[in-house]
Write a protein that binds this ligand. Structure first.
Ligand SMILES: [Zn+2]
Length: 251
């Protein structure tokens, strides 16, 4: 017998199925990543088609059957509406990057309530901010890595353990090294960049506007955060949204 389940969720991806239905990948707060079919959602006058779009924060009701890859959605509604995302290209690009990264990084049916709070609070801030969304993306990527269990060790060298004032990220070992230990080529994190990352790790998301960055430091930080995720998450390098984000965020 199928079990009726309900949860809040973020829509990660939506694909048309048959003439009238949608397959929707959700990151649910209570059950982790789940795929559902929304039967008839693409018929005329169905509200579900606009509700079930990434990166919407929704509530879903579905019928769960053990062993089935795709569960059956029975109802969906908005929890909050991100009306500001379409007002700036960079906001829309950031929102797509947030959901695609999460989709790539988490496994099916592996709930992670803290990650759920991270994604919804980041989307809310991106939606509402009047400032630059880059700092929010830096925050998100740093904390995504931490919540997935591979947070960067920012204060001491990954090889000799000495405190670091600047560092080099070694892409083939995923380690931050002090200037003495570095051997191969890597991604440089100067004093400002390392200091900024440490402050980013310790600042609440609602206080981020205080963390301004010059362009060069921002480039170092962005480059490091992406490559850190590339090292730890399979398939992260080929996300379409990364390319788009890079285009719109550097102007
Ligand atoms: Zn060292």
């Amino acid at each position: 017998m199928p079990t009726p389940l309900t949860s809040n969720a973020v829509v990660l991806r939506t694909t048309p199925f048959s003439d009238t239905s949608l397959i929707v990948r959700l990151f649910t707060e209570d059950f982790g990543k789940v795929s559902v079919i929304a039967k008839g959602a693409r018929r005329p006058k169905q509200a579900a088609v606009s509700i079930l779009q990434p990166p919407n924060h929704v509530a879903v009701w579905y019928s769960f059957k053990e062993g089935r890859d795709i569960q059956t959605l029975t109802k969906s509604e908005f929890v909050e509406r991100y009306t500001g995302l379409s007002t700036q290209l960079a906001k829309g690009a950031a929102a797509m990057l947030i959901v695609e990264m999460l989709d790539r990084a988490v496994h099916d049916s592996d709930p992670h309530p803290i990650l759920f709070r991270l994604i919804t609070s980041t989307l809310r801030q991106v939606d509402q901010t009047e400032g630059d969304v880059t700092v929010l993306m830096n925050f998100y990527q740093l904390h995504l890595a931490k919540q997935l269990g591979f947070g960067a060790q920012l204060s001491s060298c990954g090889r000799c353990g000495r405190p670091m004032k600047e560092a080099l990220f070694e892409p083939n070992t995923g380690t931050l090294l002090c200037p003495r230990c570095r051997s191969a080529e890597g991604i440089r994190l100067g004093r400002n960049a390392l200091d900024y990352l440490q402050r980013l790790a310790a600042t609440h998301i609602s206080e981020l506007s205080a963390l301004e960055l010059d362009r060069n430091t921002n480039k170092e930080v962005g480059n490091f955060l992406l490559n850190h995720l590339y090292y730890h998450v399979d398939g992260m390098t080929n996300l379409k949204s990364i390319k788009f984000w890079k285009q719109v965020s550097t102007t």
